[in-house]
Design a protein around this ligand. Structure first.
Ligand code: HMG
Length: 388
């Protein structure tokens, strides 16, 4: 039986900062960002947006025509948790009107946890082939101001319906995994921004790719040359380019650099405009590939490399299905990205510094987002979400 991704949709805030503006404020050459890290813009969440509202916005298009009725599980992957106990997905469950018999759980392992969710979802569907599992991954990437990480911020959410006989991508059961206890990037519970050993994080990302690939090769008969395209975790575009060259070298691949670039370039387009969305980023890269590649991808194998700092990494494979275009939301995504509003540097700082009340008083939050769902208030330590 074939199991995999039946439909995919993503969401990002309607605000962004152009990295040229950041470069100007920092008196840095904009090419450091545009070329050196391969990013142009970064999404900035409005005060009334968070991982819950972004996830609900991403998932809403997947629920047309009563599709929500068959969902038995909602898996919510994030590292921007809003509560130590309650799963953020429980709010999403209500906002989307999912059946009360649908179970909900939150998963965490830095950017990797969406892949854990996809693998668990495939296993659940394989046990009950008539069921569907909704996987949502939603994050706001935040670093301290004036640090090297600042230019790699962003925000976004992706929603994927996992089912039997999927319309988009069948996921193969063989995986290559790698885990190592390292401190390359982390965020203690008392901090709003991540701490990172930037250069070390890029090294450990590449080391994990090698280890996960070797483990994958011991489990699967597929070789580097069997893949038409590759989706990498995307903290920034240049990281994927370096990773792909690294993997090609490890496999003594004879493709030239232009051909190698052709295997990943369509995966980078959306992330270049959104920034790092942590758990969501590799899957937004998949949507970018499926929606923008000029070739018919049907029948092609895609290699996926998922990386979560700390660290857990996984290489796995999937095959694009015949007629995959039917499960896409290309036009909606194009409109979402085109309708965004550019921020000045001062407006960016205002959003960055917007207060996060912790005193238990009632705080109304101004209505700013253009999304369908918003965080309307925080009152008595409770978050109040509404449908606009
Ligand atoms: P940096 O140290 O300021 O940058 O920050 P740099 O000086 O190394 O420059 C970056 C590149 O730009 C270099 O190219 C420069 O040569 C080039 P490279 O040597 O790498 O090929 N450059 C220019 N190019 C053209 N014109 C110019 C110019 N100037 C310089 N004028 C760093 C880089 C990645 C350290 C920083 O952005 C950072 O700390 N980012 C956050 C950490 C991160 O994203 N790590 C990635 C791997 S870990 C990961 O992916 C997990 C993560 O998503 C979290 C999770 O799992 O939850 C982060």
């Amino acid at each position: 039986m074939s199991v995999g991704i039946d439909e995919i949709s993503f969401y990002t805030s309607n605000y962004y900062l152009d990295l040229r503006t950041l470069a100007e404020a920092q008196q840095t050459d904009p090419d450091k960002y545009y070329v050196g890290i391969g990013q142009e813009k970064m999404g900035m969440a409005a005060p009334d947006e968070d991982v819950v509202t972004m996830a609900a916005n991403a998932a809403m298009p997947l629920l047309a025509d009563g599709a929500g009725e068959d969902i038995t599980t909602l898996l919510f992957a994030t590292e921007t948790g809003i509560d130590q106990s309650k799963a953020a997905g429980v709010y999403v469950h209500r906002l989307l009107g999912l059946p009360s018999n649908c179970r909900v759980v939150e998963l965490k392992q830095a950017c990797y946890s969406a892949t854990a969710a996809v693998q668990m979802a495939c296993a659940l569907v394989a046990r009950r082939p008539g069921s569907k599992v909704l996987v949502v991954a939603s994050d706001v990437a935040r670093y301290d101001l004036n640090t090297p990480g600042e230019a790699t911020q962003g925000c976004g959410a992706v929603a994927m319906m996992i089912s039997a006989d999927p319309r988009l991508v069948e996921i193969d059961p063989e995986v290559g995994s790698y885990t190592e206890d390292v401190m390359d990037f982390w965020r203690p519970n008392y901090r709003a921004t991540a701490l990172v050993d930037g250069k070390f994080s890029t090294k450990i990302y590449l080391k994990s790719l090698k280890k996960a690939w070797e483990n994958f090769r011991s489990a699967s008969s597929l070789m580097f040359s069997d893949f038409g395209h590759f989706c990498y975790h995307l903290p920034f575009g240049r990281m994927a380019q370096k990773a792909h060259q690294h993997l090609a070298r490890l496999n003594k691949c004879e493709l030239n650099s232009e051909q190698l670039e052709g295997q990943i370039q369509d995966t980078l387009l959306y992330n270049r405009a959104i920034g790092n969305s942590y758990t969501a980023s590799m899957y937004i890269g998949l949507a970018s590939l499926l929606e923008n590649c000029q070739q018919n991808l049907a029948g092609q194998r895609i290699g996926f490399f998922s990386y979560g700092s700390g660290c857990v990494a996984e290489f796995f494979s999937g095959r694009v299905m015949e007629g995959y275009e039917r499960g896409l939301h290309r036009e909606q995504h194009r409109q979402l990205l085109e309708a965004r509003q550019e921020l000045s540097y001062e407006e960016y700082l205002q959003l960055y510094r917007y207060p996060d009340p912790r005193d238990g008083e009632h705080h109304d939050i101004p209505s700013i987002t253009t999304g369908r769902f918003r965080l309307a208030a925080i009152s008595h330590h409770k978050r109040e979400y509404v449908v606009c």
